[in-house]
Ligand binder design. Structure first.
Ligand SMILES: NC(=O)c1ccc[n+]([C@@H]2O[C@H](COP(=O)([O-])OP(=O)(O)OC[C@H]3O[C@@H](n4cnc5c(N)ncnc54)[C@H](O)[C@@H]3O)[C@@H](O)[C@H]2O)c1
Ligand SMILES: [Fe+2]
Length: 388
């Protein structure tokens, strides 16, 4: 085992998780348990207008929703969260219900901060600065996914700085995560694939991280096995509710893993590319992950054997570097199997921008958890160049 006598860690796992087909129908009871009678619903126009999810949610909430913010934007901006907060204050909201992908759930988290603490969302930027519990937040993911329903972080885009920033606090964990496979049924194949690879990156990066520990390891390894088995199935047939449900569980486990162990270089590059070029978070993670794995192949040791085995790749404990490289190759093939792009050049990102992106990644909050310290932008650039 990879744990030494100096092992020490904190593992926090707060949301109550409700799983099952049609778990959405429980929302009214769950809000009642939270003593919430005037929740603000946070979702986006597509989900509100093109799916039946919001209608089902309204019915399930049985009058406990006091207002609806339907203008969630992808990679939520501080300004959009502040607008949601104004509406929440106007209707006297006492809880938040977020329905959607990571963007809706992160908007819900930012809104819960402002509703409790006042001011604007960026006033509360940073880690562990919130003084008390927030209004309760019930999160319902419709992608599988970011795992944001399980994490203590909200990722906020600040267009003024052209960067993604964070609020992190144990108080940001939603009170309840409702995992209902019917909520991801209509997610198109490409978004299914890309969001699934975001969960994969969370699991792999949590296993690499300097903050790795036994509980997050267990969640991460379980997530990798499940994603290998059920992501291709979910992409092939979106109506396969068994596969959809397993992917929701894997995304939540991977979320729990990285909320405790953090992510590192892969996400640092993804955050920087996402803020600069507005490309989808999961797609960027998928494209970069095999290259990040190759980059760290000499540094991860036995953990790469675990990753390879969880992926169904033959690996010998005697040669962890070979295991890492084989796992990276398998990751690249998985991207191909599920129809994802495999190069940054396919995403319309100009090569000349990579040096600037490498500099941005060096100042991203995640990079410090990398399995070996990264001090030079040139090292980050070498990974970006290989992925181009
Ligand atoms: N807080 C965290 O712990 C955490 C972790 C990882 C990522 N993130 C953040 O999450 C965001 C990305 O979230 P995402 O990948 O879930 O995408 P998203 O929430 O931005 O949604 C992407 C698109 O998918 C559509 N969509 C969502 N569910 C659908 C469904 N069931 N059917 C049809 N269309 C659907 C949305 O309308 C949207 O157009 C980024 O801002 C990223 O920074 C946060
Ligand atoms: Fe992510």
């Amino acid at each position: 085992m990879d744990y030494g006598a100096d092992l020490g860690f904190t593992f926090v796992h707060t949301p109550k998780v409700i799983f099952g087909e049609n778990a959405l129908a429980e929302v009214g009871t769950l809000l009642s348990d939270l003593k919430a009678s005037r929740a603000l619903l946070v979702t986006d126009r597509f989900l509100a207008e093109k799916t039946e999810l919001v209608a089902r949610l309204r019915k399930a909430a049985a009058g406990r929703i006091a207002g609806e913010f339907l203008d969630v934007v992808p990679d939520p901006t501080a300004e959009s969260i502040d607008r949601a907060s104004e509406l929440a204050r106007r209707v006297g909201a006492d809880a938040v219900v977020s329905l959607g992908g990571g963007s809706a759930i992160d908007t819900g988290k930012g809104l819960a901060v402002v509703l409790t603490e006042g001011g604007r969302v960026l006033d509360h930027e940073g880690y562990h600065a919130l003084p008390k519990p927030l209004v309760p937040h019930l999160a319902i993911p419709t992608t599988a996914g970011t795992g944001s329903e399980m994490t203590m972080v909200t990722v906020i885009t600040d267009p003024a700085r052209g960067q993604k920033t964070f609020i992190g606090s144990y108080f940001l964990h939603p009170a309840v995560a409702v995992l209902d496979p019917t909520c991801t049924r209509d997610l198109p194949p490409l978004l299914t694939a890309a969001t699934g690879m975001d969960a994969m990156a969370h699991a792999v990066e949590a296993l690499f991280s300097t903050l790795r520990q036994p509980f997050s390891d267990a969640c991460a390894l379980a997530a990798i096995r499940t994603i290998m088995a059920f992501l291709p199935r979910s992409v092939r047939n979106g109506a396969d509710l068994l596969a959809r449900g397993q992917m929701l569980i894997a995304a939540a486990q991977a979320g729990s893993a990285f909320s405790n162990a953090m992510v590192s270089l892969n996400h640092a590059m993804v955050h920087s590319l996402g803020a600069r070029f507005h490309k989808h978070h999961g797609t960027l993670n998928a494209v970069l992950l095999p290259h990040t794995m190759r980059f760290f192949a000499p540094d991860v040791g036995e953990r790469f054997v675990w990753v390879a085995q969880a992926m169904g790749v033959a690996a010998s404990p005697a040669d962890p570097v070979a295991a890492g490289l084989a796992a990276a190759d398998r990751m690249d093939r998985l991207n191909a199997e599920i129809g994802l792009p495999r190069r940054l050049s396919e995403l319309g990102i100009p090569r000349e921008a990579l040096a600037e992106v490498a500099e941005m990644a060096l100042s991203d909050g995640s990079i410090i958890y990398s399995p070996r310290p990264i001090a030079e932008a040139a090292e980050v650039l070498s990974v970006l160049e290989r992925a181009y």
